[in-house]
Design a protein around this ligand. Structure first.
Ligand code: ANZ
Length: 941
């Protein structure tokens, strides 16, 4: 056969592999080095798309590499077979969901086979099989017995189109992850898994996993650990208290109101005291219509209602402060109530501005004066002061003082006297220092802690300075004292002028920013201010101390319990029945699998389709007695997929979900490849499940996935996400038929690094290039010779391909094979070299390499061959460039054969013209030689 006929070759080998079962995982024995590689099993939608190819055919390279490296590899496949599309097909087209699903599976199995993957099909798992979901139900029961599954009334996400509840993870940007419909809230009895019990372990155990940091960070953020304090606020003239959660206990003295979430049950307790209950109630009802996303959107205007008739007491200041109900506070986070600190929190600040509430700075910015720093050993003197900035709107200038005996210009500054407010102090200073009598307050800018050496007093000063902006009303003036005018003279400067260097206030940049912009809350770290005994501490220190004195330390998580019940048909039935009093009972083990009834009406009615089944009702009454009723909800399909990888290890077991010994042999999974979209769903759920099963002593390991890689996305040729409406969908079947599975696989592996999440457009030129590469490989067999010139590049390529494949950098592994091919087309190589090349290519292009291997006369498969080791000694380049230095400076280069000794190099170099001119007439003191790299000639002085 002369032509590379992919159709004939691929069909032939797929059949042979199937017959000979070469990819069947060996039953393990002690001598086996086991290696478990996993890809996320597909949903049987009915047709494989190019994303499936990317997800399965590329990681297959890795499984094949591991097999050739001598591991006993488990690389299984199955189907995540429950889920909405089957049911939607039933609703829309009257099809039987089960039939629809299993027909799709059969079709997709054929498509999957066309990839030439090394799956062990004998371990197939289908989650909709009774023999599988029996164990899903059994595991649910185990979790229930452990108190990890419970039923509760809760406000839940509801998709009005799919007529079902959704987990938080299935709501993306306020919309249903599946159909894009706006999600609303409903109060329903639902089943939950207590994933929150595992929040801490789910976070801390990430540290030991060999996963990319980005994936770990997404999980960390999703779990959302937050360390803070709970502080109690008493309600005035009442026994009631409100407990708030804060991460900024340091700001307690700056709390000017508190806020309750609209759903906070405290509101009911306080109802009798609330004077404007109907207003509050109206507001609460309005909020019910909003989604959580809308409520927490920082850009949306804040809303709320003051609760009249009650006041809270700030435990630090004893002040009586207003209480609000506002929707920016969520009921299911922290304690559902917050202490509001408008000076230091953006949401509180926006709210306070809108409702005209007091803003009280309690943490101030440190602004040490770098030009005039503290002098060691000098006394530190604290001072509270003001800085008055007077603006003349007519001339658009600012009032400054030019100091006579100092090289600086300042604004009006001064101290605050007993009984004076800061604004009064500022006005007084303006009068005393400049004579202006009539100024009006524009705004308080900011308070800072400046730290400088006050030379005129010979002390280090720490000044808490309030900067205040005024406007000049008129020119009316009083006499300035001789004392004052001896120190400075007045000068009006425009904005540019006050930005000049001789204005030496260390807080100048912040002053300018505050003049020019709206005031913003100061959210950073700083020094405590106006906070009683805590004033002058750093806010970090104060946070600890205030928590100790007024509250208690707590840790909160954003993670919510996993809502697992679905009002849908095509899912795993929840194995629960209710007694005539409505109390839930677990279905007895002997009744498992608790089968999905078939006599149901699928039309969505807003309740579970299972409720229409007579068979199910009769079954329950027959088994449990009159008046007993079934649970009608089914499980979220993420429950099915939380343990499928365990079943692969022992998929035929009739007595257990998997034998513990088998699990021990295979777990944890050595590498798991999947989609980035699963990071905070499947990947988190299955870790939780695994930990729960570990605690139940059902699995041997605490974590299921030792290493994880998320793949990227294949885009259409136009660089857009593939979609039928854009007409840019790449059909893998069509391309397999045109250019062959090997080309498609190799192209996908070559398209970009698989270990980084990227977006790669399908490039027609690129795929043609890959096909040409395989055609050249095909022809290469004609060039075999009996001597070799490629030992060096061959060994280097082995090393590179081995290392890159290990790290999922298949693209660079392939490009080094392309470079090797170029070399082999130009230089001599032996049959053995050619065989090495084929073995290196075999994981990426399994069919063509198998064919060429058999053409060389082998009767066994190339895929059962050993992976080639490289020989370091052959990797040294035969020619090297030695850098020649004279007294450490590069002067020339010598191209020479490798491994040449120092003496020979030195002699040769000395005759070189561009070296001679540096050493002529001088004595060589010594030479320093790094073999194959550098010769440095050191001359006598
Ligand atoms: C006072 C304060 C002052 C706050 C300040 C922040 C800055 P993380 O880090 O996300 O945990 N908070 C607490 N419970 C809330 C709820 N149920 N709904 C909305 N907001 C809530 O955020 C903790 C901070 O979020 C808490 O600290 C609280 O506001 C607010 F300068 O308390 B803070």
């Amino acid at each position: 056969m002369n032509e590379y006929d992919h159709k004939q070759i691929e069909k032939k080998w797929q059949e042979k592999w199937q017959e000979s079962q070469i990819y069947k995982t060996k039953e393990t024995s002690k001598d086996n080095k086991n290696f478990y590689t996993l890809v996320e099993f597909p949903y049987p939608s009915g047709n494989l798309h190019i994303g499936h190819w990317y997800a399965f055919a590329v990681p297959d390279i890795y499984s094949r590499l591991k097999r050739m490296q001598g591991y006993n590899v488990l690389f299984p496949i199955g189907f995540d077979a429950f889920g909405l599309p089957a049911e939607n097909a039933a609703i829309k087209r009257g099809l039987d969901p089960k039939k629809w699903t299993y027909e799709n599976i059969a079709y997709m199995e054929g498509q999957l086979a066309s990839m030439g993957n090394s799956f062990d099909w004998s371990r197939k798992v289908i989650t909709a099989d009774e023999e599988y979901y029996k164990w899903t139900q059994w595991l649910f029961i185990e979790l229930y017995k452990k108190g990890l599954a419970y039923k509760n009334k809760a406000s839940v996400n509801w998709c009005p189109k799919d007529n079902t509840v959704l987990a938080n993870e299935q709501v993306v940007g306020g919309k249903c992850e599946r159909c894009g419909t706006e999600v609303t809230q409903k109060n329903l009895e639902q089943w939950f898994f207590k994933i929150t019990d595992y929040a801490e372990r789910l976070i801390s155990d990430l540290d030991n996993l060999d996963w990319p940091e980005a994936i770990k960070d997404s999980q960390r953020n999703w779990i959302g650990k937050s360390e803070g304090a709970e502080i109690e606020f008493k309600i005035e003239n009442s026994e009631e208290t409100v407990t708030i959660f804060t991460t900024r206990a340091d700001t307690l003295f700056g709390v000017t109101y508190i806020v309750l979430a609209p759903e906070n049950p405290k509101l009911d307790n306080l109802k009798s005291k609330i004077e404007n209950w109907s207003e509050v109630e109206n507001y609460i009802n309005e909020v019910k219509k909003k989604t959580e996303i809308e409520r927490t959107d920082a850009k949306k205007e804040k809303t709320g209602v003051e609760i009249k008739g009650i006041k809270a007491i700030n435990p630090a200041t004893g002040e009586s402060i207003p209480v609000y109900v506002a929707d920016y506070v969520l009921v299911n986070y922290g304690t559902g109530a917050v202490m509001a600190v408008p000076a230091h929190d953006e949401r509180d600040f926006d709210f306070a501005q809108k409702y005209n509430l007091e803003i009280k700075d309690v943490v101030i910015r440190r602004s040490p004066d770098l030009n005039n720093p503290h002098v060691e050993g000098k006394e530190v003197v604290f001072r509270d002061g003001i800085l008055a900035i007077v603006y003349n709107p007519n001339t658009k200038k600012y009032l400054c003082l030019k100091w006579k005996r100092q090289p600086w210009t300042t604004f009006v500054m001064g101290g605050i006297e007993e009984g004076e407010s800061s604004i009064e102090a500022a006005k007084r200073e303006v009068r005393e220092e400049t004579g202006y009598k009539n100024v009006k307050l524009v705004k308080e800018l900011l308070t800072t802690q400046s730290e400088f050496f006050a030379a005129h007093k010979d002390v280090n000063r720490i000044a808490h300075t309030r900067s205040i902006l005024f406007e000049l009303i008129d020119e009316e003036k009083e006499e300035i004292s001789a004392e004052e005018s001896a120190i400075h003279e007045m000068e009006w400067r425009d904005m540019e002028g006050i930005k000049s260097k001789d204005m030496t206030h260390s807080e100048m940049p912040f002053i300018i920013e505050n003049i020019e912009n709206e005031k913003k809350p100061f959210v950073g770290d700083g020094i405590m201010f106006d906070s009683g005994e805590f004033t002058k501490l750093t806010n970090k220190e104060a946070c600890e101390k205030i928590t100790e004195k007024f509250g208690k330390k707590v840790t909160k998580y954003k993670l919510r319990d996993w809502l697992l019940s679905r009002q849908r048909y095509w899912g795993c039935p929840i194995p629960v029945v209710y007694d005539p009093e409505g109390k839930p009972h677990i279905v007895k083990e002997e009744h498992l699998p608790w089968t999905l009834p078939e006599d149901v009406d699928f039309t969505p009615k807003g309740e579970s389709p299972l409720a229409t089944s007579t068979e199910l009702k009769n079954r329950v009454e027959k088994l449990y007695g009159k008046g007993w009723t079934p649970e009608y909800d089914t499980m979220d399909t993420f429950v099915d997929s939380s343990w499928y990888f365990l079943r692969y290890t022992d998929n035929k077991n009739k007595d257990k979900f998997a034998d513990k010994e088998k699990l021990k042999e295979w777990l944890p999974i050595d590498r798991y490849s999947g989609g980035a979209e699963h990071t905070t769903m499947h990947l988190l759920y299955s870790r939780f499940f695994h930990k729960a099963l570990f605690d139940l002593d059902l699995v041997p390991e605490n974590e299921p996935f030792k290493s994880r890689m998320n793949r990227g996305l294949i885009l259409g040729p136009d660089g857009q996400k593939m979609s039928k409406s854009k007409g840019n969908v790449i059909d893998p079947d069509e391309w397999v038929s045109r250019v062959g599975a090997d080309t498609v696989r190799l192209y996908l592996a070559f398209i970009g690094p698989f270990n980084e999440v990227g977006q790669y457009p399908w490039d027609l030129g690129g795929i043609a290039g890959v096909r040409r590469f395989l055609e050249r490989v095909w022809k290469l067999k004609n060039n075999i010779s009996d001597s070799t010139e490629i030992e060096n590049i061959l060994n280097k390529t082995i090393k590179k391909v081995t290392e890159d494949n290990e790290q999922y950098k298949f693209n660079t592994a392939i490009s080094s094979l392309m470079i090797l091919l170029n070399a082999m087309e130009k230089q001599k190589f032996t049959k053995s070299d050619y065989e090495v090349f084929l073995r290196l290519l075999a994981p990426c292009a399994p069919h063509i390499t198998e064919e060429l291997w058999s053409m060389l006369g082998y009767t066994t498969s190339i895929h059962t061959e050993k992976w080639q080791e490289y020989d370091e000694s052959k990797m040294i380049d035969s020619f090297v460039n030695i850098v020649i230095q004279v007294n450490g400076k590069v002067r020339s280069k010598l191209e020479t054969e490798a491994n040449i000794d120092e003496k020979t190099v030195t002699e040769r170099v000395k005759t070189m013209e561009d070296v001679q001119k540096w050493i002529a007439g001088k004595t060589v003191k010594k030479t320093i030689f790094v073999p194959n790299k550098i010769l440095n000639i050191v001359l006598e002085d």
